[in-house]
Design a binder for this molecule. Structure first.
Ligand SMILES: Cc1cc2nc3c(=O)[nH]c(=O)nc-3n(C[C@H](O)[C@H](O)[C@H](O)COP(=O)(O)OP(=O)(O)OC[C@H]3O[C@@H](n4cnc5c(N)ncnc54)[C@H](O)[C@@H]3O)c2cc1C
Length: 452
């Protein structure tokens, strides 16, 4: 069958690979000139990489790891020790280290027991409060989707300090919003994986730019097997015939029409909404309901210094500043070992209050926070910076939105959806995107089998 895919992010690429494995004739359209979606990278005028976001894989990402292995790309990342380093202006750097060699959940519980930013009472309250989530089931966690994590945390007696010092940082890392905005399901799902799988908290970082390490080799492999990938071609609208309830084509921004047997949208939800014709929204509530899924703003900043200003070869998490997660790239990715000083890549969140600042104003806020966390950096010179503003990044995993996440099969027999916002358990993540692709391909298998 001929299958047209809209969007060359992780979900689009995984779908293209698995559909071409099945012998389908696959053509993929990406609106930007660079592949990879929110995991993309491109070069600046000096030839240095600009990344759309700092990306980490976890040991729990079985679908992503399996996909990379199938593509011969297991070598594209390095594992880092399973630890969360919390940084604050008042207390410096303190890790929660999952104890190597100990089984879950004891590796994590021992790490929390040794964590210096919480006192004995906080830790005891957390252990008691989290017991239901740690030893519970996904079904219990799914049932918590209508409340915020902060409400759930306080209701379970865990107190404000552990929320402020640990769980806010986790919520910001997972969805770029604080714990009083995100659904309890988001945070508890991550905790459940850490508590049940010994290797789940292992963190992997790409050895260099995802463009060179992931997308270029993947495009090469897919191209060699006949998948057509068109960059810089935007799907303006999904053509739809209400009389037959079928998609009739993808209409591109230059007016060209692409026809196929089946159509797969791997666009983010805000882009899908723009491409949907009114007739489709009117015909099927599942499409109208996508308005409940909003994109979360986030900003990525890269700071180049003339000397090394940090020493931790892993991710750093902070709450109480705008620098939710960051890493010093030369310390974590060998391709960035350029011997010229630190390249600090930061996820700036919550980004809403900063989104409309000028570049100079934003850099001032970011540097102020960074200097509070790393005072010795004041002695270094900032040689350049990059700012990437993403107004609609991942969908906001807020209380109450879960029922509006669509299945990968739609009420239109020849239209399928993939992307991290569609139904799958890993929510807004690369693993979620790859899982969504696996589910979309399974739905397409069913449709092909039904068609005989
Ligand atoms: C700053 C940042 C940091 C992150 N860190 C992590 C992390 O550490 N770990 C993790 O697991 N996840 C992380 N994520 C989330 C992760 O990037 C996403 O969950 C993942 O990229 C979603 O993949 P996707 O394929 O569903 O969508 P996307 O990556 O958004 O890809 C969709 C593609 O569709 C294209 N498109 C949109 N509209 C059209 C159109 N009209 N026509 C054609 N193409 C179109 C887009 O340009 C894009 O290339 C992070 C995200 C951001 C923004």
């Amino acid at each position: 069958m001929r299958i047209a895919i809209a969007g060359a992010g992780p979900a689009g690429f995984a779908s293209a690979k698995w559909l071409s494995d099945r012998g389908h004739d696959v053509v993929m359209f990406e609106k930007r000139d660079v592949p990879g979606g929110k995991v993309s990278a491109w070069r600046d005028a000096d030839g240095d990489w600009v990344e759309s976001g700092l990306h980490v894989f976890f040991g729990a990402y079985h679908n992503l790891l399996g996909f990379l292995s199938e593509c011969g790309l297991d070598d594209c990342f390095d594992w880092r020790p399973a630890e969360m380093n919390f940084v604050s202006p008042e207390h410096g750097i303190h890790p929660i280290r999952f104890v190597p060699g100990w089984p879950a959940p004891f590796n994590g519980l021992a790490g929390v027991a040794a964590f210096k930013l919480l006192n004995a009472e906080d830790k005891a309250r957390m252990a008691l409060g989290l017991v239901q989530a740690i030893f519970g089931s996904q079904a219990y966690i799914d049932a918590q989707a209508d409340q915020t994590y902060a409400a759930w945390h306080l209701r379970h007696g865990m107190g404000q300090r552990s929320l402020d010092r640990v769980m806010d940082a986790m919520a910001l890392a997972l969805n770029f919003q604080k714990a009083d905005r995100v659904s309890a399901k988001l945070v508890l799902t991550a905790l459940l994986h850490f508590a049940k799988e010994t290797d789940a908290p292992r963190m992997g970082l790409v050895k260099g730019s995802p463009h060179e390490r992931l997308w270029v080799p993947l495009m090469q492999q897919l191209g060699d097997r006949g998948v057509q990938i068109h960059l810089g071609r935007k799907i303006e609208q999904i053509g739809y015939d209400a009389a037959t309830n079928r998609v009739t084509g993808f209409v591109l921004d230059d007016g060209a029409r692409v026809e196929a047997d089946l159509y797969l949208s791997a666009m983010p939800v805000h882009s899908l909404r723009k491409a949907l014709p009114d007739a489709l929204r009117q015909a099927h509530p599942v499409f109208a309901d996508l308005k409940h899924l909003k994109g979360q703003p986030v900003i990525t900043v890269q700071l180049y210094f003339d000397q090394m200003v940090t020493t931790v070869p892993n991710l750093l998490f902070s709450s109480g500043t705008y620098l939710s997660v960051y890493a010093d790239l030369p310390l974590v990715s060998p391709d960035y070992h350029h011997g010229r000083g630190s390249i600090i890549e930061l996820v700036v969140a919550p980004a809403e209050p900063l989104f409309n600042l000028t570049d100079d104003e934003l850099i001032r806020v970011v540097l102020d926070d960074f200097y509070r966390l790393h005072p010795n950096a004041r002695a270094a010179t900032l040689t350049k910076h990059h700012i990437v503003r993403i107004p609609n990044s991942v969908y906001q995993a807020r209380p109450g939105v879960e029922p509006y996440r669509p299945d990968q099969a739609t009420p239109v027999a020849n239209l399928f959806l993939a992307g991290d916002f569609t139904q799958q358990e890993f929510m807004a993540s690369i693993e979620g995107a790859i899982r969504s692709a696996k589910r979309a391909v399974a739905r397409i298998d069913d449709a092909v089998a039904r068609a005989g």
